[in-house]
Design a protein around this ligand. Structure first.
Ligand code: GUN
Ligand code: FE
Length: 424
């Protein structure tokens, strides 16, 4: 076992303990031992005196950010080709771009840029879709391992309703197993996640085989759910026996329960679907920027939180243009405000506390004890320098955090630790 680093940071510390509670501690020290948080203290306890200390006084210290949903092969066209809704956007933009990863040289070039961007971002944990290509997915895993983030990576499965040039054949389950075998035990920081693209792109026989692979390999699962009305109608036509979209995954044992599962979007879930997700502990990756760009809608995220569902944030590159989970926090607040103003005044918009929770602890829970500075949590830490956005008035620590989230994004991160290891 790799022995994890221990360390101490002095500075102004903010973290969530639940969706409503933001803890702020000015001029305090954060201590971790063997990669796990020991505590936050006003004075350094004697027993930690031997650990290396970094003086970050005047800077913000927060948990690393968690991106529950991102498509690595779509990174090169982020911020481009945004004028179509989901299904035509996939056919016209996403699929031709993903087909390029057939070529390992292109994949390496593109994934080097992606991994470098992820490394310098505020993200310390991510759940990542690759493309359907096995060699390219291995390259992505190698580059992410070097970057030092803790990630799940999925070789995508898709065998219908997609162009011939980006469609798997009957050997799709065998290729997925080959991918699992070839990468097993090779990485410390990158783990595999089973990734049926979404129900419209996966035949019943493929889904059945993936259900068996999940049981054999005990893998977590990621996919898409109830993102867009046309997509939902297509699922209904393909699975007339299912009462709702999620049941089409559930038929194959790929919808939570013993299978840790993330479903991206969940903008238009009917009540029975939400009930099943709650019962099964399915995580929702709320991707507000993508939902706006692709005209998918505005998620009732307040309702999801109040119903006790597990929710985190996703950048959904390249449906979303920005890799920044700070930006996802403000986008989540903005869309919840528009939803409240235009659609449903009974749903209060998200607060800063809630949005910050979603981007840290909300998504972090998928990885275990991640996304907070409570004792025993894994030491994923960001140090943020806001001195470049000067202000004449005194600000509370909460106000400084709010300003940083809205104004600075990933621009002024000075240090990033994952499980106590400094990665940049
Ligand atoms: N549904 C299936 N594939 C995709 C994708 O690549 N992006 C988004 N936003 N939704 C999807
Ligand atoms: Fe997506």
């Amino acid at each position: 076992m790799e022995r994890q680093a221990s360390g101490i940071l002095w500075g102004d510390i903010c973290y969530s303990t639940d969706k409503d509670t933001l803890i702020t501690r000015e001029n305090a020290c954060l201590v971790w031992e063997d990669g796990k948080i020991a505590g936050v203290y006003d004075r350094l306890p004697e027993q930690f005196r031997a650990y290396p200390v970094e003086d970050c006084r005047g800077k913000l210290i927060i948990p690393g950010l968690v991106d529950l949903h991102i498509h690595a092969p779509q990174h090169p066209f982020r911020g481009l080709k945004m004028d179509l809704p989901l299904l035509p956007w996939l056919n016209t933009n996403a699929f031709p771009e993903e087909a390029k990863y057939q070529d390992p040289d292109y994949a390496r070039k593109a994934y080097e840029i992606f991994a470098a961007d992820m490394k310098k971002s505020g993200t310390t944990r991510a759940c990542i879709f690759a493309s359907l290509h096995l060699p390219a997915t291995k390259i992505l895993m190698e580059l992410l391992e070097e970057a030092g983030l803790e990630t799940y990576v999925g070789k995508v499965n898709m065998d219908r309703n997609c162009p011939d040039y980006l469609r798997e054949g009957e050997d799709a389950p065998a290729v997925t197993e080959a991918w699992l075998e070839e990468t097993a035990g090779r990485f410390s920081h990158v783990k595999p996640i089973l990734t049926p693209r979404f129900i419209p792109a996966c035949s019943d026989s493929l889904m059945e085989a993936l259900g068996n692979i999940q049981k054999k390999w005990k893998l977590p699962v990621q996919s898409h759910l109830s993102e867009n009305p046309d997509e939902i109608a297509l699922v209904q036509a393909l699975h007339p026996q299912s009462r709702f979209y999620g049941e089409a995954y559930d038929r194959f044992g790929l919808f939570g329960g013993d299978t840790p599962t993330i479903m991206a979007h969940c903008v238009h879930c009917p009540p029975e679907e939400l009930e099943m997700m709650k019962e099964r502990g399915v995580y929702i990756a709320h991707c507000p920027q993508s939902n706006t760009n692709l005209c998918s809608g505005a998620s009732p995220v307040r309702q999801l939180l109040e119903a006790g569902l597990q929710v985190g944030l996703g950048s959904d590159i390249a449906g979303g243009a920005s890799l920044s989970i700070f930006r996802a926090m403000t986008d989540a607040i903005h869309t919840s405000k528009l939803r409240a103003a235009l659609l449903d005044r009974s749903l209060a918009p998200l607060t800063l506390e809630e949005a910050f929770f979603l981007g840290t602890l909300g998504g972090g829970r998928f990885f275990g004890k991640v996304g907070s500075f409570q004792e025993g949590f894994e030491a994923d830490v960001l140090v943020l320098d806001e001195s470049k956005i000067p202000h004449p008035q005194p600000l509370t620590l909460r106000e400084r955090l709010e300003r940083y989230v809205y104004l600075a994004g990933d621009d002024w991160i000075t240090k990033k630790y994952v499980k106590g290891r400094c990665v940049c």
